[in-house]
Structure formats: structure tokens, C-alpha cells
Design a protein around this ligand. Structure first.
Ligand SMILES: [Zn+2]
Length: 432
């Protein structure tokens, strides 16, 4: 774990749309919220918390996971018909012999195209379950077609559970989104913000809520609450500022509430790909800033998604606020002429992060070549010119590699030669 950069970045945690994910910390990525939370709890205990504190953490863990599980049992199901907790994760249970887990997906085109998540609306035992996965269907719940930034800000100002410092951050967030992405549907954000609570905690309380001793803040969707450290000042240009804004981006695309007899669940993320969701969130968030920020949460994955979003025609970052990851994957498949392949690449990206974060195994680099080849293909498709010389082609791939490798921890051991090899093969027409 090299130096100060990791030291700084590990001071982050996010309770993501449905779980806890640490930022850039080798110790904390995995698939599946329950696994994540179990690992976080175990790790905290291992890290020499006093025994009493450890017991308390386990207790809180049990409460938290129960909350999340019951929430998902009834509210979360994808339009593909499975609940989030019984859709596949990218992993089987971790074996104990130190060998890598077998993937439960294939990195290849499938027979059927990916189905884009839409919504589910059904009744069970007298209660309505409404699960919305795309802003196109928000009218099923909201009886108004849109909200303005001014309306959002009025709701922020009217919410007395939000301390003034955070109101100012939220006003800035709303104004930035509205100015840069006028197509972004702010209704979920506006709806959350009316009752959102900010809870300032001391270090210990924050650790209890985030299941990490390294947290700067987290959004818990089931509580509609952001936990933050007491007395912290979030200044533009700092890592902490990025964190709080990142949390607000979660607030903007997820709602978990029971309204009258309706169990409302607006959630544009998907269970199998937590890290890709976080990467998209991260690059969306820093794009709101009025200064360049390349030091991004989930650095390697965010760098990769920077390339994907740059090279995907017709995809704007406002689409991150409005649509699900399956929408994004579907667009990738269409552009690249694939049949349900982009999701496999994203799962592989997730696995690479998990591999890095897991001390028990390390796969051969070849395993991840499909990611590098995919990025290279899209980059070449966008930037290569017919008359490019060999040196110009190399410079082009240099730029791609610089983007992908920016500030990436060395212990990922990325084999950058594959980008050049594939580009050469692809440009000579011999790639698949
Ligand atoms: Zn996040």
C-alpha cells in the first residue's frame, strides 16, 4: 500500500445505493452488500478495536444488514424478474484454499441481448410495490413532470434537519447539475431532500454507522440520512468535498420509502455491478466541479469509465442520473455490435477491483485483457485516423494508457503492453 496517496484516499467510505463500499482501499471491495458488511465488520475487529467496541460493531452490523435485507426482500427486484439478492453476483463464495473464485459469468457475447431495466409495479398482500429503474417511469409515482433547481433549493432551505453548511453544499450541487445537465431529472433528489437528515457524528459513531474506522461520510438510502463527521468543513478542491458531493449523487438517483401503502423503491443501480456504479457516480460528480479533478474515487475504475463515456456516442453524463447501468451497457453493446457483452466487461472490472482488494488471491493479468481490449477498441474507433503513422498510433494509445493509468495504485500490476498489442492487432484488421 504505497504512501500518502493511499493514506489519504482510504479516509473514505460510501454507503452506496444499497451497501457499503470503501473508496480506493485495498481492503474493502467485494460483491454483495452482505459480504461487504461482513468483511468490514471482521476487518474492524481485526484492526484491534477494543473487544467491547468490536461486540458493538457486530451488533450494529446485524441491525444494519437486517434492515438492508428486509428492504430488498420486498422492495428490490429488477425488471428481469429476479430480486437483487438473488440476481447473480460476479462471484461464488470465496474458497478457502486461496485460489481465485470462479466467475459465474462468461466474458463473451451471449445469445440474447441485455434487457434494459425499466420498472415493476405490483400488489402483494394489499400493498403496492413500485420499483423504478429509469427516470422515464418516474411519472408512475410523481404527479408532476419535473422540478426546477429553484424548487429543489426551496426544499433544501425548508428542511431544518440540514445544517447550514450542508445546505450551501446542496444548493451548489443542485445549481451545478441544473447548469451542466439540464436534462437530469431531479425529482428523486428533490423528493429525498425534503426529509433528508444530516447526522454529525464523532469518530466512533461514524464508524458504527459506516462500519469503517476510516470514514468521512456516508448516505444510507433506507434512512435517507447522510452521516458525516462532526465539525468538518468541506472545501472545494479537497478529497472530502468530493466525498460529500459523491454522496449527493447517490441521493439523486435512489429513493427508498413507504408512502401510504406503496413501497416505493427508485433505484437505477444494479446488484451485480457496485463498482461500475460507483465509478460512474464518481466521474459524474467531479464533472460538476468548476475545476479539474482527476484524483477520483475508485481511481482505476473511474479512469476506465471515463474512457467508456468519452467513446460512447450519444451518452451524456446526465444519463447517469436518468438511467440504469443496464441502459449504459445496452448502449455500449449497440455501438460495439455486441450481444450482451458490455455487462460482462463491467463484471470483470468489478472482479479486478475485488482481486486487488483481496489478499487471498491474485489472478494472472491475462485474465483482465478483455477489459483492456474493449477500452482500446473503443478508443481506436473514436480517435484513429485512416492515414495515421505508426508513431501517431502509438501516441494515441499512449494517451489512452495515460488516462486509464492515472494515479492507479501500483499493486494492480496492470499489463499496459496489452493496450498496444491489441491496438496494433485491431488496426491491422486481425483482431476478432
Ligand atoms: Zn458511492
Amino acid at each position: 500500500m504505497p504512501g500518502s496517496r493511499r493514506g489519504r484516499k482510504r479516509l473514505l467510505i460510501v454507503v452506496s445505493v444499497r451497501g457499503i463500499v470503501n473508496f480506493n482501499e485495498k481492503k474493502n471491495a467485494s460483491a454483495g452488500k452482505e459480504i461487504l458488511m461482513q468483511k468490514n465488520a471482521a476487518r474492524l475487529i481485526k484492526r484491534a478495536f477494543p473487544a467491547l467496541i468490536a461486540v458493538m460493531l457486530v451488533f450494529v452490523f446485524a441491525l444494519n444488514s437486517g434492515c438492508i435485507i428486509s428492504d430488498t426482500l420486498f422492495g428490490h427486484s429488477s425488471s428481469n424478474g429476479g430480486s437483487y439478492f438473488d440476481t447473480e453476483s460476479a462471484y461464488s463464495d470465496e474458497p478457502s484454499d486461496g485460489s481465485p473464485p470462479e466467475l459465474d459469468f462468461v466474458v463473451a457475447d451471449l445469445e440474447e441481448p441485455l434487457e434494459v431495466d425499466t420498472y415493476e409495479d405490483y400488489e402483494l398482500l394489499g400493498k403496492r410495490y413500485l420499483h423504478i429503474c429509469d427516470s422515464e417511469y418516474l411519472d408512475l409515482f410523481f404527479d408532476y413532470p419535473s422540478v426546477t433547481a429553484e424548487e429543489c433549493i426551496a426544499h433544501i432551505d425548508g428542511n431544518h434537519a440540514i445544517p447550514e453548511q450542508y445546505k450551501a453544499l446542496m444548493r451548489k450541487y443542485v445549481n451545478s447539475v441544473a447548469a451542466k445537465y439540464p436534462e437530469a431529472d431531479l425529482r428523486p433528489f428533490d423528493y429525498n431532500i425534503r426529509t433528508l437528515e444530516i447526522q454529525e457524528c464523532d469518530e466512533f459513531e461514524l464508524a458504527l454507522h459506516t462500519m469503517s474506522i476510516d470514514a468521512y461520510g456516508c448516505y444510507v438510502r433506507t434512512e435517507n440520512k447522510i452521516y458525516v463527521p462532526k465539525g468538518y468543513e468541506y472545501k472545494p478542491g479537497t478529497w472530502e468535498y468530493q466525498v460529500i458531493m459523491h454522496e449527493l449523487s447517490h441521493v439523486a438517483r435512489t429513493v427508498s420509502r413507504t408512502v401510504d401503502k406503496t413501497n416505493l423503491d427508485i433505484d437505477f443501480s444494479i446488484e451485480c455491478c457496485i463498482i461500475p456504479e460507483e465509478a460512474l457516480n464518481s466521474i459524474f460528480t467531479v464533472s460538476l466541479f468548476d475545476y479539474e479533478e482527476r484524483d477520483i474515487a475508485y481511481q482505476l475504475q473511474s479512469n476506465m469509465f471515463l474512457v467508456l463515456t468519452d467513446c460512447l456516442e450519444g451518452y451524456e453524463l446526465s444519463d447517469y442520473i436518468n438511467h440504469s447501468l443496464t441502459y449504459f451497457a445496452h448502449m455500449l453493446d449497440e455501438q460495439n455490435g455486441n450481444t450482451n457483452y458490455a455487462m460482462a466487461v463491467m463484471k470483470l472490472i468489478e472482479e479486478q477491483r475485488s482481486d486487488w482488494s483481496n489478499d487471498d488471491y491474485e489472478r494472472e493479468q491475462e485474465f483482465y485483457y478483455p477489459i483492456y481490449d474493449y477500452l482500446t477498441k473503443m478508443y481506436v474507433d473514436k480517435y484513429a485516423e485512416p492515414e495515421m503513422s505508426e508513431s501517431e498510433l502509438k501516441e494515441m494509445v499512449d494517451r489512452l494508457v495515460d488516462t486509464v493509468m492515472y494515479d492507479v495504485p501500483e499493486d494492480y500490476n496492470i499489463d499496459t503492453a496489452e493496450f498496444y498489442r491489441f491496438a496494433e492487432e485491431y488496426c491491422s484488421g486481425s483482431a476478432n
